[in-house]
Design a protein. Structure first.
Length: 257
């Protein structure tokens, strides 16, 4: 993995939006509008997927499906998924600009990678419309990948499909998939990388898988932090991650020394 020529990062929870809070907030609110309150675990389980696929996955969860039947008298289907998504998108677009701060170490590490000749790509579960809000705001704050692709560029086939990664590889001019490292904060990210045949790594601290704000994580004791980090590491490894880094600085040290 030392001959990496491109790193393809995820966005929320990996490079911006510590803890991946924006979509969580929007998902919880839209389900509550329909009389069904999801748990944070249920909300985070499909994280990283195309957002409509995320909603479809949640609607198929046994507890949510049963609650929906009790509340609405029938099982939810595609019609309900589309209705939920419309409200979700409206809610998310209203708050996204507040969740564009780069995570600690991102700006500096990306600069180091670039100085070493490593190209920076990105994939996301957000749509182009959402990215039109995020990308300029993140740029103002010092972070911008060389290229980015959403599921809108791959006929709505988001993670765990590998096609967004392939679009990055093409745009960045990389010849060999084993010269590419995909980095994300969800199990969907890991699967996306594995399905593309590239190296696949997880970022632990500030990830959706951990699900803590920066303040909540800072308030933990060293022992508690280690337990949380190990739990997330184990989930990434079980999903097939080739490598797990606690922070993006750890990733930089591993690649550049």
């Amino acid at each position: 993995m030392k001959k990496i020529k491109a790193v393809i990062f995820d966005w929320a929870g990996t490079t911006v939006d510590y803890g991946c809070m924006a979509p969580v907030r929007a998902f919880v609110e839209v389900f509550k509008q329909y009389g069904v309150e999801p748990t944070i675990k249920e909300v985070r389980e499909p994280m990283g997927m195309l957002k409509i696929d995320h909603i479809r996955t949640m609607l198929k969860m046994e507890r949510i499906r049963e609650l929906w039947k009790e509340t609405h008298g029938r099982e939810p289907g595609e019609e309900e998924a589309q209705a939920l998504y419309q409200i979700f998108e409206e809610n998310l677009l209203k708050i996204l600009s507040d969740y564009t701060d780069p995570k600690p170490g991102v700006v500096e590490t990306v600069k180091r990678l670039r100085r070493s000749g490593i190209k920076i790509g990105s994939t996301t579960g957000y749509t182009d419309k959402m990215m039109e809000i995020i990308v300029p705001k993140a740029r103002e704050k010092g972070y911008e990948p060389d290229v980015w692709f959403s599921p809108d560029s791959t006929a709505q086939k988001g993670r765990p499909y590998p096609y967004m990664i392939f679009r990055n590889i093409e745009a960045l001019g990389i010849k060999k998939v084993r010269r590419v490292l995909k980095v994300g904060d969800t199990v969907s990210d890991i699967k996306e990388g594995k399905n593309a045949g590239v190296w696949s790594a997880g970022i632990v601290v500030g990830s959706s898988e951990m699900g803590l704000t920066q303040e909540e994580y800072a308030a933990l004791s060293p022992e508690e932090k280690e337990v949380k980090c190990k739990e997330v590491t184990d989930r990434f490894l079980e999903a097939g991650a080739d490598k797990v880094f606690y922070t993006i600085e750890d990733l930089g040290e591993f690649l550049l020394g």
